[in-house]
Design a protein around this ligand. Sequence first.
Ligand code: AMP
Ligand code: MG
Length: 357
Amino acid sequence: MRKKFLCSILMLQIIFLAGCSVENTEKETGGEKVSSAEESKSEDSPAVREIFAMDTYMTVTAYGEKAETAAEQAQERIQELDAELSTGEEDSEIYQLNKTGSAILSDDAAYLYERSMEINQETDGAFQPFIYPIMELWGFTSQNYQVPKKKVIKEKLLLMDISQVSYDQKTREIAFLKEDMKIDFGGIAKGYASDEVVRIFGENGVSSGMISLGGNVWAMGRKTDGSLWRVAIQNPEESEDYLGVLEIENKAVITSGGYERYFEQDGKRYHHIIDPSTGYPAENGLTSVTIISEDGTLADALSTSLYVMGLEKAVAWWRGHSSDFDVVLLTDQGQLYVTEGIASSFSSDFDVEIIEK
Ligand code: AMP
Ligand code: MG
């Protein structure tokens, strides 16, 4: 019989809304909430913050003398990024940019824009930050879900024309040259937020920490007993089961799956990862993609991109960039694949095929 998570309802919400999770998180953190600086003086007692931001439940856990300060700063930084990058909050930088079509980007937005465009080019458009009008059309931004008419999708696809953006890297001035173009960092922002938490932890001397932002995990250092972090990848077919467990240190583990956000109409499921070449939810044979990398921003963008690409293209893309990341893929036929770089760190009750360079 396959192992199951034994978690409290709260942990289930935090863990299983996510694409991947820290196995026995309660054990790792002692299930305790450290609420004051006093209590975090011991090396072994963690500072923990539970945050709802970027539409998801997040938990940051830090060990070390300055763990409380680190966790506090991490929470503030996550909230700052949420306030800047939200597509739905009227005060946010991105909301205003999408409304007016021009802006001078902040450091964070400029960084995400530049990386998004780089990854857009490298993935041949599979990663598409100008996807927002399509997200709106399907109702993913308002929860007024609908299957749009083909003709309307076609029209909206024209708004993803990156040649219609002027951007000056020096001044960070951006302008959308076509009316109604809108940007969305939903496929990359949580990975960046996790990298930012890692940076803050490092600045505060934290050498052991766990950052879990929805489907995005960043396992910093090792556990305080010296063992590796164990990160479980959710089974998309069964929310309380998992595909396997990764034993890792100093890596982001980021999952994209259609099961994370979707609606159903006439017995068909429509999910939130859009194939920019069609404007429809990507149906290219993959149901879960997990990227393992030291670069959380890259891992987040690639989990979305490789999901869109489908198995064959995703494998070819990994072969061209295998020094930057590893990947765990699940097909809609139930076949699990892992790339050779993490094969020995991954244990699973499923049959696993190893992808070689
Ligand atoms: P993730 O969960 O990281 O795969 O990101 C999914 C989110 O990214 C969606 O909710 C959209 O906000 C956005 N998105 C959807 N499709 C794409 C795409 N092809 N490229 C970039 N972002 C996307
Ligand atoms: Mg992503």
